[in-house]
Design a protein around this ligand. Structure first.
Ligand SMILES: [Zn+2]
Length: 833
């Protein structure tokens, strides 16, 4: 479909260039009134002006051109395409004009458009906030506009607000006028030329840090009052990121200031509004004294991701939503690249393997999708925000970067951003820009990764490398997994020497590295690896010579081969036993996940031998690491310690570890890296009263991380009344932003998951009404653990097939397929133990 015949798109008869937006919210009544003046160019004489609007009451429009004001004679609204059509008679003449429309609307609770959020401050006072979230097509809920990324314009925002409240937008304040009636009008300077989805305005009881001057850019953290002590980490990451990206892209930050704002109710992690980035509170505000390393990493990664968007996304923008994957993939790639420089000791490229695995897990299913696909409607775009966009996209960019060399790749990115600043692009513009600099066949290679689903399994056997498509199971219907890829394969000999680079296509390639040879050397390839018998034997005694990332890849590839019934549990656990004493937690994380899954598959009478095997692997690590930090231990040791304790305490039910965890919990010594492990071990014991204590600590949490930890921790209890109580609270107590995620966790509980799923199904209408669109599929994440009961699987599949989700059904289908793969896997495990 071309832009011209897509009914969701506006034509270019009238094109906006500058908006002046005047908004007055009424926070008590949850309403707003507004007015917009838009400088437009009328490209050909027309009787109709079409622009986007939905859930707004619109006035007649006035178009002033050449000193004459034309008033519209008719207004019609198309709810399906979200288009307002104004009719004028006589026709409006060609030329520059100003369009004026007044409007009013409601501050909704759906976390999109112009919406309402609430919080209670430390002294117990409740406050209401009005804030915006416009990506992808929701600016039209706040003001009538040409709400497509290709209609770039400038925006001058004016907010009339209660005098005691703070107000923010994309640009600096130009004037602040007291109206004498308890209200004031805050005006902001016009933005750079950009897309509507990047506009933001926020009103509420906020405070800010002092601005840090980052080479001329004032940077602040903005938060609901009373949270100043939680801002330092994000400020430090923000300062680092702004400098790093200006240098990497070789283009100064395109905005005029940077406020990073914590919003108590927020759909996703964060939103890259130019100069006014909004965040979920737990992704911005953090107390380093009580947070875990994983939580510290998460905050920094989200901050760096959003800052990367200021260039890639805001300065250069996709022409239509089809290109959103590239925007998100690139920001995800850059967040890791930058974090690796921000905190080298965190070994972020290795932990990225765990994120990449989430994409590989989905992408090995026949219900996968290509990264890029045709997007016609806004609902089509919803399905694009997922792991195949963020994590697969980022992983294939990393593979390309390593294949071309980091500097060549960077120069290609610079070329792309310079060429297309303030404009819009399609995906191939990026490949062309990198190709121009590198001379490599970038477009050809990348098309095989982006335009078809799946990835290959690379085999090294008899000195040859070759590819076949990887799949977790046989296809029962259509498969979206492709057949062949252009694969940059890196190999190296463990005896030393450089990494060899091969571009593998349909024909096998002979390699000349001395055995033992490692595939996916340095771990940047987006594929699975398998070794022939001789190659495998040569490698087996040298696993501890692999670097950290190669070890992580070996474990995750082995887990994938086990889950797809291509190797045995014995082979997998033997590899796990060879991990050695490296603190890097990523391969251990894979191992812990895998043994958790195997345990689910086994009935009680088959558990003892398996549990002993797991204990034999994890116990030596506990002996090495203990409960307390050792002097001089690595930055990553605490994470590994938590993983080891959690596995020994839950899978192996180690009495001593369970007792110590309970003791710490009872004394309320639950913080830092051990916090989640302690909560997991405690909840798995189902002691009377603990569920209520979790709930109590959730309600009185001092930090967003504690709040999340205790709320999520509720899903660990296996008493049915507790599980159903937590499920009910998704509707009555927890924030709408969290409901879907909590349902996903509650349904993952090995004992009570099925009951919670049935409860959820019985309240499906409430799920649809209450939780924000774009998060609904998270409610089905737990069904992938329903691996022991074929009748339940049938019931689940039938229900979700007959209750499809608009833009997110693909993810639901993937969860159903993974559940089916799990049933086969579980049956195999019962044979093997
Ligand atoms: Zn993003």
């Amino acid at each position: 479909m071309t832009p011209e015949n897509n009914p969701y798109r506006l034509d270019r008869t009238v094109v906006p260039s500058a908006y002046r937006i005047f908004i007055t919210p009424n926070l008590e009544e949850a309403t707003f009134v507004g007015r917009v003046e838009i400088d437009v160019d009328i490209e050909s004489a027309t009787k109709v002006v079409k622009l986007n609007a939905i859930e707004l009451d619109l006035s007649a429009a006035t178009v002033t051109t050449g000193g004459t004001a034309h008033r519209s004679i008719e207004l019609s609204l198309d709810e399906e395409y979200e288009v307002a059509t104004y009719t004028f008679d006589p026709a409006l003449p060609i030329g520059a004009a100003v369009l004026e429309i007044a409007f009013s609307g409601i501050l909704n609770d759906q976390l999109h458009g112009f919406y309402r959020s609430t919080f209670t401050d430390p002294s117990g006072v409740k406050h209401t906030i009005a804030t915006t979230q416009f990506e992808n097509c929701d600016a039209r809920r706040a003001f009538p506009c040409w709400d497509e990324p290709a209609f770039k314009a400038t925006y001058q925002v004016n907010l009339t607000v209660p005098s005691h409240l703070a107000a923010y937008s994309n640009n600096p304040v130009s004037s602040d006028t007291d109206l004498g009636n308890g209200q004031r009008t805050v005006s902001f300077t016009p933005t750079m030329k950009m897309s509507t989805y990047l506009v933001a305005f926020i009103i509420g009881a906020f405070e800010e840090t002092e601005a840090v001057d980052v080479d001329g850019v004032p940077l602040r953290i903005v938060f609901p009052i009373g949270n100043a002590h939680l801002a330092a980490h994000a400020l430090e990451a923000g300062e680092f990121g702004l400098r790093f990206f200006a240098e990497y892209f070789d283009i100064p930050y395109p905005g005029e200031k940077m406020d990073m704002v914590a919003i108590p109710d927020f759909m996703q992690g964060a939103m890259e509004n130019l100069g006014c980035i909004t965040y979920r509170t737990s992704d911005l505000l953090i107390d380093p004294a009580t947070a875990s390393l994983a939580e510290m990493e998460r905050v920094a990664l989200v901050v760096l991701h959003e800052l990367a968007h200021m260039w890639f996304g805001d300065l250069v923008t996709m022409e239509w939503w089809q290109g959103i994957w590239l925007n998100e993939a690139f920001a995800t790639f850059m967040q890791v690249l930058c974090q690796d420089k921000f905190r080298p000791q965190w070994d972020t490229w290795t932990s990225f393997c765990a994120d990449r695995d989430m994409a590989l897990d989905i992408d090995g299913l026949h219900t996968t999708r290509s990264v890029e696909y045709e997007v016609v409607s806004p609902a089509d775009t919803q399905g694009m925000f997922g792991r195949l966009t963020y994590e697969k996209g980022a992983a294939v960019l990393r593979m390309l970067e390593q294949y071309l060399g980091a500097e060549t790749y960077r120069d290609g990115i610079r070329n792309y951003l310079r060429t297309h600043s303030y404009a819009n692009t399609v995906t191939t513009d990026l490949w062309d820009a990198i190709e121009e600099v590198s001379g490599a066949p970038v477009r050809d290679v990348m098309n095989t990764w982006i335009l078809q689903g799946g990835y290959p399994l690379i085999t090294l056997q008899d000195g040859l490398i070759s590819q076949v498509p990887f799949a977790y199971g046989p296809a029962t219907g259509e498969s979206a997994i492709g057949s062949s890829w252009k694969v940059p394969v890196m190999t190296r000999s463990l005896k030393g020497g450089a990494v060899s680079v091969h571009l593998l296509q349909d024909d096998a390639i002979a390699i000349s590295d001395d055995p033992p040879v490692v595939l996916n050397a340095r771990g940047s390839g987006y594929y699975r690896s398998r070794y022939g018998v001789a190659e495998s034997a040569a490698l087996a005694d040298h696993v501890d010579e692999l670097d950290a990332i190669e070890r992580a890849v070996l474990l995750s590839d082995s887990w994938a081969l086990l889950f797809s019934s291509q190797i045995s549990a014995d082979q997998f656990l033997t590899i796990g036993a060879g991990l050695g004493d490296l603190d890097e937690p990523t391969p251990w994380d894979t191992l812990a996940t895998a043994v958790g899954y195997i345990k689910r598959a086994l009935p009680d009478e088959q558990l003892s031998g398996f549990v002993e095997r797991v204990r034999a692997i994890f116990q030596p690590q506990f002996a090495r690491l203990g409960w307390a930090a050792r002097p001089g231990e690595s930055a990553l040791a605490p994470q590994l310690r938590a993983m080891v304790l959690s596995t020994l305490g839950t899978v192996c039910r180690d009495e001593e570890i369970r007792a110590e965890a309970s003791k710490r919990f009872d004394a309320n010594q639950v913080s830092g890296d051990l916090a989640n492990a302690i909560l997991r071990i405690v909840s798995s014991q189902d002691r009377p009263g603990d569920y209520e204590t979790f709930l109590e600590r959730f309600r009185n949490a001092d930090t967003p991380q504690d709040e999340q930890r205790y709320m999520r921790g509720l899903a660990g209890f296996s008493v049915e009344s507790a599980a159903l109580d937590a499920a009910e609270r998704c509707f009555s107590e927890f924030r709408n932003q969290d409901g879907s995620t909590i349902f996903g966790l509650l349904t993952s509980n090995a004992k009570t998951g099925p009951s919670v799923w049935r409860y959820m199904a019985s309240r499906w209408d409430d799920v649809l009404a209450k939780f924000p669109p774009n998060t609904l599929s998270y409610t089905t994440r737990g069904i992938v653990t329903f691996i022991n009961d074929a009748a339940l699987a049938d019931e689940v599949e039938a229900f979700h097939e007959s209750h499809p989700l608009a833009g997110e059904q693909k993810e639901v289908q993937q969860n159903v397929e993974r559940m089916r793969v799990g049933l086969t896997f579980a049956a195999a495990m019962r044979e093997q133990f």
